[in-house]
Ligand binder design. Structure first.
Ligand SMILES: *Cc1c(COP(=O)(O)O)cnc(C)c1O
Length: 487
């Protein structure tokens, strides 16, 4: 029992006004503003009152708390003004992790964002004519260049094939790929039917489901085939005068194996063109490079699909492409023009920050500079390079006195995951740092890494914490080593 009664303890608490007159608190409110400092004072005093009321403070512990009152207020202020959105270290090895913000941007993109966003710009202003311009031109011109280099002329026999003249293709940008699919379906198929294989009626997560997007777009879904087998004849039989589109959807997050059949893209293109119906492909990830470079076969790039004769492709800006969040629609100019003139396009358009980041990212592709795009760099890292960095981290942790004897660190072979709707089975060989502790579970270790500053996100498998340096920036390796050591 405390010798002082509660009322006497309450009387020891200074008032908000008294505290605001203290020189250090006064300086704080000059710097950060009186309102937020007042709020921090009230929060700290309220906490003390609560502790007194619950008999958790006696006279001496209250005196101690009061002697540190100014710094407690400052801490509270810092906490309340802290950003909620924080950088983290991604040691999961999942290169495109939707929960962790997908693709990090390269420095050219960040510089361009800063330059464009901190000043006025020619976003919709034609500097030559002095007249209103279109925001699309800033990235379409780079796409034109990439398409010329990688796709060339139209597939023979396609509606866009005008002899030897290249097929006119346009690219537009919307908020994300979900928006791109919605815009494409609504612009090209409102009031009509869209034929989709039952094996492609996918849910991507975050409530993107093809049947739902279809109904929002005011198009009617015409399902054909079965979950595991759809033939070209199934599409053919379903075509009526109401058919507006054939839609192919990338199986981004699952694989169907066993007794399966799916018409080839070439067969679908041939059917669509024979019947004069556009073929739209939702590629999901949409790479602008050949995934065979990193040992992944059977994953078509944007260019592969267009070269095969697909009329319109939709894909994300922040998946395999490695740019900002966006949805891209690339395809036959006449079809894309119908999307441009749809009022939905205005509602789904992106801002100058996105255009700036995109332009810089695409320039890296034009220059074949894959080091400028962080996710491309990560995908191209060899297991040996990752292994060498993991050895350095391990030796730092194991160096005398750094780690507790109870922490065991081992390097093991494993796999990084591309994620973000590339082939669900696409993995890259890597070398992992595996941690176990005599007294702490893997989940506890993982939580401690996550609660550090900066937070480090790792994965737990078979009772071990696994860290994959593929998705860690090399300049973060030392921070990772320090965090492991402090476990
Ligand atoms: C990821 C994905 C989407 C959604 O793309 P967002 O850019 O996240 O809106 C749509 N379709 C497929 C096939 C995808 O993989």
């Amino acid at each position: 029992m405390s010798s002082t009664s509660n009322p006497a303890l309450f009387r020891k608490l200074p008032s908000t006004d008294e505290l605001l007159r203290r020189s250090e608190i006064h300086a704080l409110s000059q710097r950060e503003g009186a309102t937020v400092v007042g709020d921090a004072i009230r929060t700290v005093l309220e906490r003390l009152r609560h502790e007194i009321a619950n008999n958790r403070l006696d006279e001496s512990s209250l005196d101690l708390a009061l002697s540190g009152l100014s710094s407690a207020i400052e801490r509270e202020l810092r906490y309340s003004l802290r950003y909620s959105l924080r950088p983290i270290i991604n040691a999961t090895g999942v290169i495109l992790h939707t929960n962790l913000g997908r693709a990090p941007l390269g420095s050219a993109a960040l510089d361009h964002i800063r330059n464009i966003a901190s000043a006025y710009s020619n976003l919709e202003f034609n500097l030559e004519s002095g007249e209103r311009g279109k925001r699309d031109v800033h990235v379409d011109r780079l796409f034109q260049k990439l398409l010329e280099d990688h796709v060339g002329t139209a597939a023979p026999g396609s509606p866009g094939d005008q002899g030897s003249t290249p097929l006119a293709r346009t690219t537009i940008v919307v908020n994300n790929n979900a928006a791109a699919v919605l815009l494409a379906l609504n612009s090209l198929a409102e009031g009509g039917e869209v034929i989709v294989s039952r094996g492609e009626l996918v849910e991507i997560g975050g409530s993107f489901r093809i049947p739902d997007v279809m109904s929002k777009s005011q198009a009617t879904l015409r399902e054909v085939g079965t979950t595991n087998r759809t033939r070209i004849a199934d599409y053919e039989r379903a075509i009526t005068e109401r058919t507006r589109l054939l839609l192919r959807v990338h199986r981004s997050n699952f694989a169907i194996t066993g007794f399966t059949e799916q018409p080839s893209l070439a067969d679908l293109v041939a059917l669509a063109h024979r019947r004069g119906i556009p073929l739209v492909e939702d590629l999901g990830s949409g790479a602008l490079f050949d995934l065979r470079e990193i040992g992944i076969a059977n994953e078509a790039s944007v260019f592969d699909s267009l070269r095969a004769g697909v009329d319109v492709v939709t894909y994300s800006g922040d998946k395999l492409l490695g740019g900002p969040q966006a949805g891209l629609i690339t395809g036959r100019a006449d079809l894309v023009a119908r999307m441009r003139s749809n009022s939905l396009f205005r509602a789904l358009r992106v801002d100058k920050l996105t255009y700036a980041a995109f332009e810089a990212t695409l320039l890296a592709y034009v220059k074949h500079d894959r080091h400028a795009v962080p996710v491309l760099r990560m995908m191209h890292l060899s297991k040996d390079e990752i292994s060498a960095r993991a050895e350095i981290v391990a030796s730092h942790v194991n160096s005398a006195g750094k780690a507790s004897a109870k922490l065991k660190l081992k390097l093991i072979d494993g796999e990084s995951v591309i994620g973000g709707g590339a082939a669900p089975t696409a993995v890259l060989p890597t070398r992992l740092i595996a941690l176990t502790h005599q007294e702490q579970s893997a989940d506890e270790l993982c939580a401690r890494l996550r609660q550090g500053d900066p937070p480090i996100i790792a994965r737990v498998e078979e009772g071990r914490v696994l860290l994959d340096l593929r998705t860690v920036f090399p300049e973060q390796d030392a921070t990772v080593a320090e965090a492991i050591s402090s476990l």
